[in-house]
Unconditional design. Structure first.
Length: 198
C-alpha cells in the first residue's frame, strides 16, 4: 500500500511538472520564436503609441467612426466570455435581449438618419458572446458608409472603397465568413483623412 501511495505521489509530481511547467514553457518559447506578434497580443501601434489589439474590439463613438458590434461586457475582458453576467448569453426568448436589440436598432437608425422600419445588419444590434469581437460583416460596414462620409466631409465612394479594401476573406478561403476589422478600418480611414489634410 505504501509503495502504491509513493508511486501515485511521484506520478502526480512528475505530471505536474510536465503539464504545468515544461509544456507551457515549451509552447510559450515556441510561440515567441515563431509567432512573436501574435503571441504578444497582435498589438497595433501608430506613431509610436499603442492603439489597440487586432483581436480585441474597442468602443468607437461619434459619427466619424465605424462602430463595432455592441458589447454586453462594455468592451472589457474582465467580464468577457460565457461567465455569469458577462457577454451576450441571453437566450432568444429573453425579454432583456429583445429590449437591448430594439434599443440598438433604434440608435443605429437614428445615427444613420433612417426610418423607423429600415432594416439594420444583425451584427450591429446583437452583442457577440465574448463582448470583444473585433470584426463586423462587410454589410455592417457598408451600412455605416454614408454616416461616416458625411461626418468626415469625405466622398461616399472614397469611404466605400476604404471599406472594400479592408474586407478580410474567410480563413483559408473557406473557413468562416468575410469580415472587417473595425479598428483596422478606422485606422485606415484616419490615415486617408490625414493625407487629405496634410
Amino acid at each position: 500500500m505504501i509503495k502504491l501511495t509513493i508511486q501515485a505521489i511521484r506520478q502526480t509530481l512528475v505530471w505536474t511538472v510536465i503539464a504545468g511547467v515544461v509544456y507551457p514553457l515549451a509552447f510559450t518559447l515556441f510561440a515567441q520564436l515563431v509567432f512573436p506578434r501574435q503571441a504578444n497580443g497582435s498589438l497595433i501601434e501608430r506613431d509610436g503609441k499603442l492603439v489597440g489589439s487586432e483581436w480585441m474590439a474597442q468602443q468607437f463613438q461619434g459619427a466619424k467612426y465605424f462602430w463595432p458590434r455592441p458589447s454586453a461586457a462594455s468592451y472589457g475582458t474582465g467580464a468577457s466570455g460565457l461567465a455569469a453576467g458577462s457577454g451576450s448569453n441571453l437566450g432568444p426568448t429573453s425579454a432583456q435581449l429583445q429590449t437591448n436589440v430594439r434599443a440598438n436598432a433604434k440608435a443605429l437608425r437614428d445615427a444613420n438618419k433612417l426610418g423607423a422600419d429600415a432594416p439594420v445588419p444583425a451584427d450591429l444590434v446583437y452583442a457577440s458572446a465574448s463582448g470583444v469581437d473585433p470584426h463586423i460583416s462587410p454589410e455592417a460596414a457598408r451600412f455605416q458608409v454614408a454616416r461616416v462620409a458625411a461626418a468626415r466631409g469625405m466622398g461616399v465612394d472614397l469611404v466605400r472603397s476604404i471599406v472594400e479594401q479592408n474586407i478580410e476573406p474567410p480563413q483559408l478561403g473557406f473557413l468562416g465568413e468575410a469580415r472587417v476589422n473595425v479598428l483596422q478600418l478606422n485606422l485606415a480611414l484616419d490615415a486617408v483623412g490625414m493625407k487629405k489634410s496634410g
